[in-house]
Design a protein around this ligand. Structure first.
Ligand SMILES: Nc1ncnc2c1ncn2[C@@H]1O[C@H](COP(=O)(O)OP(=O)(O)OP(=O)(O)O)[C@@H](O)[C@H]1O
Length: 734
């Protein structure tokens, strides 16, 4: 659709937002009212009608997906647009990264232009290494991240010393955290503004000093309701008196308030910039029945007008348990597909990631094509997590933390302890001894081939080009590190080769030398962990989409099934009124993804820790006239259902047997080193104190049950998961 066609399609509210030229404008938009549509048309309007160059626009989005969508639409209209022209289109973090690399004097803050980005886990690892090296006494280490963020500590320990060491170490290793990308951009933009001010005053001394900063005419922000304090501060730094500010958002869709976003953002921005307020009230997505249900969960008042005619009433179903539900949905999807509905128009939502498992088993058996939206980042794939450390140290030998972590990795590294790895790196990098000398050295346990390779990488590849992924594979002797006899080898190798291919392609496309190109790619891998693996759901595939309510934001489907609307799941048990409100908004987001048809279901026997049987109170908030006849409890004893259940449980059992036989790798026994109080009930032990653990894939969580063999952990972002003790791969958190 070209610019004129796009403009003609808009309603009066949407046009008012596109044409608005006040110095600040806030668009309070309803769900599905065309925010994305307006934002893209606005950029086109400014460019084509007002002749604002793209390079003078900063268009900030909340996800990379949203930024890519806008860029793709612009490229489709004007394929000749250069990437540099769209430097300001991206997430807050990626735009800051570009500014720091290309426009701002990072050297003034003690960094080089080659600085690398580190994610929050890496910063924690660095802090843990420093605690070890300097023998620091730190209380509540399981809350180290929080404690490092807190300004004033009330505990008597070495936390302030650790903060200072960490700051120094990050600068020494030339690394910035995500937050520092924003903080440092702000600092340098402010410094540039001061220089400009001084040079204006001293105009007779020299012409306006070139601060390297682009003139920014427009700052445009999408999903402004999800911005946090740091992001607002960045907007404030970038906005000069002549810069116009335009933001769209929906206060009813705040689902990340734990990141600091809050309702007061609209109010704050409005008063700060004396912003004009506009609205987009008409929802074009959902049928009037679906909108009527959505209105029951709106918290911000206002009207939610519908732009579409009425459709099906919504349905509420009672399922005995998740097995019965999966079986029902398989049949229902088959029916819908037979009647001509593409699979891609069907979505199933749930509150916790672990709820997808039963659907996956059943759909696989029933031959229903599906995709599960997993929050997969490179960090979730152990081999890539390790490889990135190897590469980070290779392109930046100052980054000793990555080198140490790579060598000390139990599975892929050299199996050294952190201390041994540190010594090896220090000796090798400082004295550049050969491997034989290292072996003789008293201080190091053994020499390390990969350590030498990492240290020599920049030199070796200064003049050489990498042509194929195989070159890197053999350079680092990865065959030895990925252990060809292990079960994970084939999959690991595919991940590695795929990662190399992308990295080499990127470096060539950007016409950078190997070290520069790889560094940029690794920074992107930290920032866009998800995108880079292309594991996000692809809407073009004709598959049923399975995802958590959080992951559904911004998407739309003809038929939506929200499962497990039981108390304890939807909503989750909450600790505060604010959390409860956020749960409700999350449900609202889920409901408003549906265009034609919405089904909600609850279980009699949810089979999830903390979930209560029976309908959640949310279902009682929906007026009866919007619902098509409630079904009675379904018969749960159908023989085929019992068989299905048995089959799935048996498969789970086989999985355990494989683990027991050592075919699936695992880690240390987490109960070995705990001082937890446990109460035994029969064979089972109920944990009375919260034992915190970390799993390489599922993240952090608390142990809720354990017996001699098994251990059940309630993961913070995943929900409950049962693991074999011996092979759980869990790391005990202090
Ligand atoms: N003026 C219009 N006429 C007809 N359809 C429209 C119009 N504006 C937007 N739409 C359609 O309405 C749907 C929602 O639009 P869009 O995705 O831009 O909304 P949104 O506000 O970004 O949604 P969300 O609140 O879920 O983030 C899309 O299918 C879009 O094509």
């Amino acid at each position: 659709m070209n610019y004129t066609q796009q403009l003609q399609r808009l309603n009066e509210y949407q046009k008012a937002a596109v044409f608005d030229e006040s110095s600040a404008c806030l668009v309070n938009a309803n769900v599905g009212s065309g925010k994305t549509t307006v934002l893209i048309t606005k950029v086109m309007y400014l460019h084509y009608e007002k002749q604002i160059p793209y390079e003078q626009m900063v268009v900030l989005t909340f996800t990379n997906k949203a930024a890519d969508e806008i860029k793709e639409r612009l490229y489709a209209l004007e394929p000749e647009i250069k990437e540099e022209q769209l430097w300001g289109f991206g997430t807050f973090h990626s735009v800051c990264l570009t500014m720091l690399k290309k426009m701002l004097p990072v050297e003034n803050l003690g960094y080089t232009k080659e600085f690398m980005v580190m994610d929050p886990d890496e910063e924690l690892e660095m802090a843990e290494q420093l605690i070890l090296t300097y023998q620091l006494k730190i209380k509540y280490k399981n809350r180290l991240k929080k404690r490092l963020e807190q300004k004033n500590s009330k505990y008597q320990d070495d936390i302030e010393k650790l903060k200072a060491l960490l700051k120094e170490e990050k600068r020494r290793q030339d690394k910035m955290t995500f937050d520092e990308l924003l903080d440092n951009t702000c600092k340098l933009v402010k410094m540039s503004a001061e220089i400009e001010e001084v040079s204006k005053k001293n105009a007779n001394l020299q012409d306006n000093e070139n601060t390297g900063m682009q003139d920014i005419s427009w700052i445009i922000v999408d999903e402004v309701q999800d911005s946090d304090e740091k992001q607002l501060e960045l907007i404030d730094c970038l906005k000069k008196t002549q810069t116009c500010f335009f933001a769209v958002g929906d206060p009813n869709q705040v689902i990340y308030s734990w990141r600091g976003s809050a309702f007061h953002i609209f109010y704050q921005l409005k008063t700060k910039y004396q912003a004009t307020e506009l609205t987009l009230p008409v929802n074009y997505r959902s049928s009037s029945e679906i909108l009527a249900v959505a209105r029951c969960f709106m918290q911000q008042g206002g009207t939610l007008q519908g732009g579409r005619e009425s459709g099906d009433k919504i349905q509420i179903r009672n399922m005995y348990d998740p097995f019965q539900e999966a079986d029902y949905l398989a049949g229902r999807i088959r029916e819908l597909h037979a009647s001509g509905l593409p699979y891609r128009e069907i979505a199933i939502f749930y509150r916790l990631q672990n709820q997808s498992e039963i659907f996956e088993h059943v759909f696989e058996k029933e031959g229903i094509p599906f995709e599960v939206s997993l929050k997969k980042t490179v960090k979730d794939i152990p081999v890539l997590d390790w490889l990135i450390k190897v590469l980070r140290f290779s392109v930046n030998p100052k980054d000793k933390s990555s080198g140490i972590a790579a060598l000390a990795d139990k599975k892929y590294g050299d199996g050294m302890s952190v201390k041994e790895a540190e010594k090896t790196i220090n000796i090798l990098s400082e004295t550049r001894k050969t491997q034989t000398e290292i072996l003789k050295s008293e201080n190091a346990k053994s020499g390390s081939d990969i350590c030498e390779k990492m240290l020599e990488f920049s030199k070796v590849y200064a003049s050489k080009q990498v042509a194929l992924p195989e070159d890197l594979w053999s350079y680092f002797s990865l065959e030895n590190h990925l252990h060809p006899t292990t079960a994970s080898y084939v999959e690991d190798r595919t991940y590695v080769m795929d990662f190399f291919t992308r990295m080499i392609t990127y470096q060539k496309e950007q016409q950078k030398n190997v070290v520069e190109g790889f560094s940029e790619f690794l920074n992107m891998a930290s920032l866009y962990g998800m995108n880079i693996l292309k594991k996000e759901i692809h809407n073009e595939n004709d598959t049923v989409k399975l995802m958590t309510l959080h992951a559904s934001k911004g998407l739309e489907f003809s038929h939506v099934f929200i499962t497990g609307v039981n108390y304890g799941l939807i909503p989750l048990q909450t600790k505060s009124f604010e959390e409860e409100e956020e749960e409700q908004r999350l449900f609202f987001v889920g409901i408003t993804r549906a265009k034609e048809h919405l089904e909600l279901s609850y279980y009699t026997s949810p089979g999830q820790y903390r979930a209560a049987p029976g309908p959640s109170r949310y279902l009682r908030m929906i007026p009866g006239n919007l619902v098509e006849g409630q079904e009675k409890d379904r018969e749960s004893s159908a023989t085929h259902l019992q068989d299905l259940k048995r089959q799935i449980l048996a498969e789970r059992g086989e999985h355990r047997e494989l683990q027991e036989a050592g075919k699936i790798s695992g880690g240390k026994n987490p109960s070995e080193n705990t001082g937890t109080k446990n109460i035994s009930v029969g064979n089972e032990t109920v944990t009375t104190e919260k034992r915190r653990v970390r799993h390489p894939k599922y993240g952090t969580g608390s142990v809720v049950r354990e017996d001699d063999m098994m251990l059940t952990v309630d993961f913070d972002d995943y929900g409950e998961k049962e693991l074999m003790k011996m092979f759980s791969g869990l790391e005990e958190l202090p």
